[in-house]
Write a protein that binds this ligand. Sequence first.
Ligand code: AMP
Length: 328
Amino acid sequence: MERLLSGIKPTGELTLGNYIGSIRQFIEMQKNYESFIFVADLHAITVHNDPEILKERIKKLVALYLACGLDPKENTIFLQSENLYHTALSWVLECNSYIGELNRMTQFKDKSQGKNNESIGCGLYTYPVLMASDIIIYDADVVPTGIDQKQHVELARNIAERFNHKYGETFKIPKPVIPKVGEKIKDLQNPTKKMSKTEENPKGYILLLEEPEIARKKIMSAVTDSEAIVKYDEINKPGISNLMTIYSTLTNKSFAEIEKEFSGCNYGTFKTRVADVVVELLTNIQTKYNEIINSNLVDEVLNNGINKVLPIAEAKVKEVYKKIGLGR
Ligand code: AMP
């Protein structure tokens, strides 16, 4: 069975974009892969976090993974910071990476844009190498992710290939798996931008744990166009295309089926149906989440997870250290 690895940062609250671009894929793939899903808490500290809030978000993220449908029997769920081998390997990989390739990472360019070098944290610059370590330490075959992380998985491939070339076959070369529909859910108020939990205008994003009726209002007030035809056209109708993408991923209907379903309908009717399926999703997730968050399940799952992954990571780091000549 091939191995799958992916994770989400516990920064901010999870959005519908995280669910559609990422968690939905984990759930679809969990039966067919040996699935390792982690909480990327070390990646959260590239920006400042209140320690108490970070701790709470870590627990919330695990509860959300489970509430969304990750089966603890099918998945190994663990906390990145509990496995020190990720950072141990990351240093070695940093020594086998180039400033030129990190300079090309578009996420770094976006996040540092307009800021003075004196105030940009080094972690923001080097975290793609830690991400490479997270992936190749387990010889992951596939990494399901939204489109925004594709470039980082490609970097992981390059670093792994370079290491194998220098020191002999050591790492598997991972493949990114990007959803065909829903690779980038857009902001509801600005549908040319990614829906993101760090966006300033809360009307643009939907949080998985927000009041479903507030989410309904956000869908109803999503920016559209004046044509009043439900048709997929990303360039000319980005708002409607985004809502169609959300509807398509949550109902498994194709764009052609959706266009037929709403032919002759106004946008109000279409938005109401999109809002209905989003409200249903949030209600189901939140009911399960409320049961899980106050139980021992989160700790049980994380304990099992770390016990399973530690020996795998330890063996890989020992192999790497030996190959590069470290130790006695
Ligand atoms: P992050 O929130 O940056 O830790 O991202 C976690 C996962 O969610 C990654 O696989 C991202 O590609 C995915 N993701 C985040 N935002 C979106 C979005 N708006 N649409 C689709 N996927 C997303």
